[in-house]
Write a protein that binds this ligand. Structure first.
Ligand SMILES: [Fe+2]
Length: 247
């Protein structure tokens, strides 16, 4: 027993001194032990003394919501409604043609779709719930109020159609629900909001992110996030409804 203790005490002293030495070296940048946890935070730890020496945190994340309407009959009904509008809404067709929109949009011609058509009233009820969840995830402090639908319009994008990069001013949350999405009919491309501030920064991955929708998909983002619709390379039309929520 005596011999065991006589070996243990010097070993503990050696471990302590070695730990202090490595800690000093690590702080000085001589020892590097990087690792990444599940949250994506990079840690530098001196394994000898298990002290955290530095970390890289991700600040100000950009939120993007992906949901699903989950009601196929409503999506089918919306498809019929949008095709009827694209046929009957003369003012919308005229505006689309005048502004080079390849297809039809009710963006500038109709502002009462939920009152005009029960399918859009149902859609609004779904969207209210999705937007409320997104607002909570974003950590908005709404003072007991809820975000309210401000505008809702439909888009029938013909083959070859696209929509260049833009934001949605005067709104809090914007989004799109997808009704008819033939393969190759145009993903949503989202742009890193820091891009205009990066100046001399070297290139990096994920400056642009492509979100691929399916029928029933709901995408939501904060309205200041720049996005664009990639060209519709399918042979048939893509149908969607876009919207803004305000506070
Ligand atoms: Fe948009």
């Amino acid at each position: 027993m005596f011999y065991a203790f006589s070996l243990l005490i010097p070993a503990m002293l050696a471990w302590l001194l070695t730990g202090l030495t490595f800690t000093h070296r690590a702080v000085s940048g001589w020892q590097r032990h990087p690792s990444t946890d599940r949250a994506g935070t990079s840690w530098h730890v001196c394994w000898t003394c298990y002290r955290r020496l530095m970390a890289v945190r991700s600040l100000f994340p950009t939120h993007f919501y992906e949901g699903d309407i989950g009601e196929e009959s409503l999506i089918a009904e919306l498809d019929r409604s949008v095709r009827a509008l694209a046929s009957d809404d003369t003012a919308g067709k005229r505006w689309s043609k005048a502004h080079g929109y390849r297809g039809y949009t009710s963006y500038a011609s109709l502002d009462d779709l939920p009152q005009r058509d029960p399918a859009f009233a149902d859609l609004k009820r779904h969207l209210d719930r999705h937007v409320a969840r997104f607002a909570e995830a974003c950590g908005f402090q709404l003072g007991g109020r809820r975000l309210k639908l401000d505008s809702l319009w439909v888009n029938l994008l013909r083959p070859g159609g696209t929509h260049s990069g833009h934001i949605h001013p005067h709104s809090v949350v914007s989004g799109t629900v997808y009704v008819t999405v033939p393969a190759g009919s145009g993903a949503l491309r989202l742009e890193d909001p820091r891009l205009g501030l990066m100046m001399a920064a070297p290139p990096r991955e994920d400056i642009f992110v492509h979100a691929e929708p399916a029928p029933g998909t709901v995408f939501l983002w904060e309205s200041w996030l720049r996005h664009e619709v990639m060209p519709n390379t399918a042979k048939s039309d893509r149908i969607s409804a876009s919207f803004n929520y305000r506070w």
